[in-house]
Design a protein around this ligand. Structure first.
Ligand code: ZN
Length: 508
């Protein structure tokens, strides 16, 4: 069984050339030499496989070119390594390099000292499901991962499985990874070629070992010329023939329950992710009949508003059925409210006015408890309490477990339900901030664009007690508690903002 390791190109070069590139590496030179010997043995036994992204490959070759031009002499050992690396560090033909580059680009800005090739290499390692990434910038890269973990998780749910070491830890890793522990068996391809596969692998693992296309399109398997189910566990000497259907063969959820190797699991999850994204896109195309570009600012806005870092994350959840297309229409409603004067939307038929946000309960006013903040989006049950104030019937809406209604007579509590048409609430916030003069400018300019879309009105109010402190009341549209928390956090993170208080939440 191969272990895939990805090297950053400086380390790769250092390993190839046994030539240090930094003072830290100079100190580690003896460890390097040791590593080379170990790696060499593992590569020869086909236990380790050195992978590299195309960028790394190019840089490597460029730098080596440069070294040769500069009159550096390459020892036979170095040349040996170059050959080995160029054979084993093959360029993958089924890798979407375009996607890797775009994602790397999207993740800018990087922490200091992290470069584009570093990020490309990291994403490449995740894309191929490598076990190990060797880089001289371990801490910097960890910092980068921490900063972008949401997005990385969306793209690569197993991103934590990738271990990141520096070149000296490689020795430790190799010692811990004892190849003898992994029992492998030898099986045969249909052309009688021998393949090593971990004991416990199924025919499907075998198909994925040969290549993701064979795995993804696999519909039937023959072992020793007899048809077997795809969860058949291989035995020593089995001869396997994988039958594919390029048009209709595709992975099934249950496959994840019986495949044994990480490679197969990784490829199946990757397929589902891509499949769900394209399903989600199709749903959107179908609903909005190609009116809006899937790659434009509109869906970027919808994604950010619904707490996705990328539209792909949104499309994926839509494809999976985790979120409903209505939710997207609704978010577009806010977007077009903002652009009301710019875009007219006759086809969306989004009704702005909600008569009654609660099924079967009418009142003159509806107020949502600012303490427990139940939203139409939440799944928890809600309780209604009617109070009469100045001849008006006001329905207060609470979460069922709200501490504010603990002592209310149960006879006055009603279990209520949001009406289908109510998906948004208006939250009224009171903001106290320094720099009274600049209050509107702050609120409208310093706040990130995705939040600005939610803001309906900003009203400065007179503050008689202290004229250095500005006070404003903001009305914004919010669809969930999560979103409200996010908006509050954004506001509170502004240095000029001293206090944010929720005055009122009303449905619709
Ligand atoms: Zn409450």
């Amino acid at each position: 069984m191969h272990k895939h390791i990805v090297l950053d190109y400086l380390t790769l070069l250092a390993l190839i050339l046994e030539r240090p590139f930094s003072s830290q590496q100079r100190n580690n030179l003896s460890a390097f030499k040791h590593n080379i010997k170990i790696i060499n043995r593992f590569i020869e036994q086909e236990i380790l496989r050195v992978e590299q992204s195309i960028l790394c490959h190019n840089h490597c070759i460029e730098l080596v070119d440069q070294l040769i031009e500069d009159g550096e002499l390459l020892s036979s050992r170095i040349l040996d390594y170059l050959e080995k690396i160029s054979n084993l560090g093959r360029i993958h033909d089924n890798i979407d390099y375009e996607k890797i580059f775009q994602l790397a680009n999207k993740l800018r800005p990087y922490p200091p000292k992290v470069t584009f090739p570093d990020v490309v290499n990291l994403i490449f390692a995740l894309e191929i499901g490598a076990e190990l990434l060797i880089t001289i910038k371990v801490n910097k890269l960890q910092e980068f991962i921490k900063k972008n973990e949401d997005l990385l998780f969306q793209e690569y749910p197993d991103y934590r499985d990738l271990e990141i070491f520096d070149e000296t830890s490689l020795v430790k890793w190799i010692k811990e990874y004892d190849p003898q522990k992994t029992e492998t068996i030898t099986v045969l391809t249909e052309s009688n070629e021998e393949k090593e596969i971990p004991e416990g692998s199924t025919v499907l693992d075998f198909a994925y070992k040969i290549g993701p296309r064979l795995g993804n399109h696999c519909v039937q398997a023959l072992v020793n010329n007899k048809s077997v189910s795809l969860d058949y566990v291989l035995e020593y000497g089995d001869k396997i023939n994988i039958i594919i259907d390029k048009e209709f063969g595709q992975p099934k959820e249950e496959w994840l329950k019986f495949v044994y190797t990480k490679k197969a699991k990784h490829e199946i999850k990757k397929w589902f992710r891509r499949h769900n994204i394209s399903q989600g896109k199709a749903l959107i195309m179908n609903e909005f009949s190609n009116k809006y570009s899937l790659y434009g600012t509109i869906f970027q806005y919808v994604a950010t508003t619904l707490m996705y870092k990328t539209p792909d994350g949104l499309y994926e959840d839509l494809g999976k059925g985790i979120i409903d297309i209505r939710k997207i229409k609704d978010t577009l409603r806010i977007y077009f409210k903002y652009y009301e004067s710019l875009v007219s939307e006759e086809n969306l038929e989004l009704d702005n006015h909600i008569d009654n946000p609660i099924d079967g309960q009418s009142a003159d006013e509806y107020k949502i408890c600012t303490h427990c903040q139940p939203f139409p989006d939440d799944s928890s049950e809600i309780i209604g309490i009617i109070k009469v104030r100045n001849d008006k019937r006001i329905l207060y809406i609470h979460s069922e477990d709200c501490s504010q209604i603990k002592n209310v007579n149960p006879d006055n509590k009603r279990v209520i339900n949001w009406s289908y048409s109510c998906q948004l609430c208006t939250v009224t916030l009171k903001i106290r901030m320094q720099d009274r003069e600049g209050i509107l400018r702050h609120i409208l300019n310093d706040i990130p664009p995705h939040f600005r879309f939610h803001v309906r009105t900003v009203t400065p109010v007179n503050n008689q007690s202290d004229d250095r402190i500005g006070v404003a009341v903001i009305n914004c549209l919010v669809s969930s508690k999560k979103q409200l928390d996010f908006i509050l956090l954004e506001l509170k993170s502004k240095p000029a903002i001293l206090q944010v208080q929720i005055l009122k939440i009303t449905p619709g």
